[in-house]
Write a protein of this length. Structure first.
Ligand code: NA7
Length: 548
C-alpha cells in the first residue's frame, strides 16, 4: 500500500489532497469507518454534506423522531468502555439523544479532525492506470484516494413527490428528513401531513397536540404497534451492561442482529386460536416490533399465518379508533403485516379520536396538486393550511449513491448500470468498480437489522480485507461479475420465498415513481449473511478479483 499508509500518518485538512481512503458520509457508518480504518494506520478523510455529524439523526429532527430499536441495542458495540459509560434515559432513543451520542463518539475517538463538514461529494471517478479514485465535491474541490468507502446512508435522500403547484403554496412546507434546526411551532396552525410511514406515525400525535387542526393524508395504511416507551429501568440497564459483551456476540447469531428475543419454535397455524390471541396480546402489551414478528416461525413466509397477526392488529385499531369509518381507513388490508416497515408508535391511533384531527384517504382519490392555500384531489379540495408537512420518505437504499457520478474513467455511471435495479456482491462491492466499498449497501441485510451492528460488521470486513491486501501485496480488489450475478440471484430467491415482495414498500422502491421494482435488502437473516462474508474472506476473498 501507499507510503502514506505505511508511515501510519493521519491526514489533516491542510496538508494533503491524497488519502488512502475517502469515506463519503459522516453518519454512524462513516464515523466507524474512519475510526476503524485510521486504526490500521491509513490516512482517511470523511466528507459529510451536513454541517454536523450524524447522518440520518442529523437531518431527521421532526417532532417525535425516535429510533424503533431499543436504545441499549441501537448503539455501537466496538468499545466496551463506551457502552458501559453511556446512559440512555429511555427504552427507545429520541433523535436529540441519539445525535448527542453520535457527537460524543466523534469527540471521544477524536474523529472530527479528519471529517470535512458542509461538503457534498458529487463525483467519484476511478483511474485504472493510476489505480486511484478522484472525488469531486460540490465546491469543486478534488481529492484522490486509493480506496473509496461509500457510507452515504440508506434513508438519506428525502423525496417530496413531484406535486404540481407546490411553488404556489403560500404557507410553509417541510419534509421530515430536512427539518429546520430551530424546530417548528405548530401552535394554533392548520396543518396538513402527507404520508403515514414511520415518520408520519411518530410525528402525527405531536403535531396534533399543538395544531389548531391537523388533516392527515394517507395513501397506504401502515401497521403500527405500541412502542411502550418508558424511562429505562435502572436495574434492567445494570443487567444489560453486565451482559453487554455476551449480548453483542449473541446478536451476531440472530436474523435481525438483536439479542434477547428467543427464536420461535412453532408456526402460527400449529397452535389454537386462543393460544395465538394470548401470544399476540402479550407481545402487544410488551411493545416492540421484532418481538411481535417473532411470535411464530412463519409470519413472514406464510400468508395464512400472517393473516392471523394482521387481523389481530386490525382488531386493535378498530377497538382504539372510535369512528368506525376512520378505523377502517386506518386498518391496513393491502399488505401482510411486517412486509412494509412495521411502525412503532405512542398514541398514534388514539390521535384520530381527537376533535382537531381528520383523516383523508388518498389511495382511491390521489392528490392532484398543491394550491395556494391547500391541496386538491380529483374529488375534493382540502385546506386552508398554514403548513404542509411531507412525511413522504426517501429514495431509499440507492438514492444517495445514484446521485453521485460514480464511474470508471470513460465507462458508464453506476446510476446507469443500476437502471434496472442495484446489483452488488454481498452489498459490499459493485462489479466493475474496483476499490470502492459500500457500507450496508443494497443486497446486504442493512435496514432489516440493527443498523449499527450491520455497519460494524461491514466495516470490520472491509478493514480485514484491506489488511489482507496489505499483507499479500495486493493493490486492487473488485467483485467478479459471476459472483455478483449469483449473489443477486440468491438475494432475489430469498426475497421471493417470503411475503415481502407482496407490499409496495420502499424496500422495492415502490414509493419512487419510475424506480425499478427490485427487492433491495437481503432478508436471509444477519447471522447467515455474516457467516457467508466470513467464509468468503477465509477462502481468500472468494468471488473477488485481487491484483497487484
Ligand atoms: P416511508 O416509510 O417511505 O413513508 C412515506 C409515506 O408517504 C408513505 O405513507 C407513503 O405512502 C406516503 N407517500 C409517498 N408519496 C406519496 C404521495 N405522492 N401521495 C401520498 N402519500 C405519499 O418514509 P418514512 O420517512 O416514514 O420512513 C422511512 C424509514 O425511516 C422507516 O421505514 C424507518 O426505517 C425509518 P405509500 O406507503 O408509498 O403508499
Amino acid at each position: 500500500m501507499s507510503e502514506v499508509m505505511e508511515e501510519g500518518r493521519t491526514a489533516t485538512a491542510a496538508d494533503t489532497r491524497h488519502f488512502d481512503v475517502v469515506v463519503v458520509g459522516g453518519g454512524l457508518g462513516g464515523l466507524y469507518a474512519l475510526h476503524r480504518l485510521r486504526g490500521l494506520g491509513l490516512s482517511v478523510r470523511v466528507f459529510e454534506a451536513g454541517s454536523g455529524v450524524g447522518g440520518t439523526w442529523f437531518w431527521n429532527r421532526y417532532p417525535g423522531a425516535r429510533c424503533d430499536v431499543e436504545s441499549m441495542e441501537y448503539s455501537y458495540g466496538f468499545s466496551d468502555p463506551l457502552q458501559q459509560e453511556w446512559h440512555w434515559p429511555e427504552r427507545y432513543g429520541t433523535q436529540p439523544e441519539i445525535l448527542r451520542y453520535i457527537n460524543h463518539v466523534a469527540d471521544r475517538f477524536d474523529l472530527r479532525r479528519d471529517i470535512q463538514l458542509n461538503t457534498r461529494v458529487v463525483s467519484a471517478v476511478f483511474d485504472p492506470a493510476a489505480g486511484q479514485w478522484t472525488l469531486g465535491t460540490e465546491q469543486g474541490e478534488m481529492v484522490t484516494a486509493r480506496f473509496c468507502v461509500m457510507a452515504s446512508g440508506n434513508l438519506s435522500t428525502p423525496r417530496v413527490p413531484d406535486f404540481k403547484g407546490l411553488e404556489s403554496f403560500q404557507g410553509k412546507w417541510y419534509h421530515t428528513g430536512l427539518w429546520p434546526h430551530e424546530g417548528v411551532d405548530f401552535s394554533g396552525l392548520r396543518v396538513g401531513v402527507i404520508g403515514t410511514g414511520s415518520s408520519g406515525v411518530q410525528m402525527i400525535p405531536h403535531i396534533a397536540a399543538q395544531a389548531d387542526h391537523l388533516t392527515v393524508f394517507q395513501r397506504t395504511a401502515n401497521f403500527s404497534l405500541p412502542a411502550r416507551n418508558a424511562p429505562l429501568d435502572p436495574e434492567k440497564e445494570r443487567r444489560h451492561k453486565q451482559e453487554y459483551e455476551d449480548r453483542r456476540r449473541a446478536a451476531l447469531d440472530t436474523p435481525f442482529g438483536i439479542a434477547g428475543h428467543p427464536a420461535p419454535t412453532q408456526g402460527a397455524l400449529q397452535v389454537t386460536e386462543a393460544e395465538r390471541q394470548s401470544a399476540y396480546e402479550r407481545k402487544w402489551a410488551e411493545g416492540g416490533s421484532i418481538s411481535f414478528l417473532y411470535s411464530y416461525t412463519d409470519l413472514l413466509v406464510n400468508q395464512e399465518a400472517n393473516d392471523t397477526a394482521s387481523e389481530f392488529v386490525r382488531q386493535k385499531i378498530r377497538s382504539i379508533v372510535r369512528n368506525p369509518a376512520t378505523a377502517e381507513i386506518l386498518a391496513p388490508k393491502d399488505h401482510p403485516i411486517g412486509t412494509k416497515r412495521l411502525c412503532l408508535d405512542t398514541n398514534y391511533y388514539e390521535t384520530y379520536n381527537r376533535n382537531n384531527v381528520s383523516l383523508v384517504d388518498v389511495k382511491s382519490d390521489p392528490i392532484q396538486e398543491i394550491a395556494a392555500t391547500g391541496l386538491r384531489t380529483r374529488d375534493g379540495t382540502f385546506g386552508p393550511f398554514d403548513a404542509i408537512v411531507f412525511a413522504t420518505g426517501f429514495d431509499a437504499m440507492t438514492g444517495a449513491l445514484r446521485e453521485i457520478d460514480v464511474r470508471v474513467e470513460g465507462g458508464p455511471a453506476l446510476a446507469e448500470q443500476w437502471e434496472a435495479g442495484p446489483r452488488t456482491y454481498l452489498g459490499l462491492m459493485v462489479s466493475g468498480f474496483p476499490n470502492m466499498f459500500v457500507v450496508t449497501g443494497p443486497g446486504s441485510p442493512s435496514v432489516k437489522t440493527q443498523m449499527i451492528l450491520a455497519i460494524e460488521q461491514h466495516t470490520d470486513w472491509i478493514a480485514d480485507c484491506l489488511t489482507y491486501m496489505r499483507d499479500h501485496g495486493y493493490e486492487r480488489i473488485e467483485a467478479s461479475r459471476p459472483a455478483q450475478d449469483a449473489w443477486v440471484e440468491h438475494v432475489n430467491q430469498v426475497a421471493d420465498s417470503t411475503l415481502y415482495p407482496l407490499a409496495n414498500s420502499w424496500y422495492v422502491g415502490a414509493n419512487i415513481p419510475g424506480k425499478p421494482r427490485v427487492f433491495m435488502p437481503y432478508v436471509g437473516g444477519f447471522a447467515g449473511y455474516k457467516r457467508r462474508c466470513d467464509s468468503v474472506a477465509a477462502n481468500g476473498y472468494e468471488g473477488f478479483v485481487l491484483s497487484r
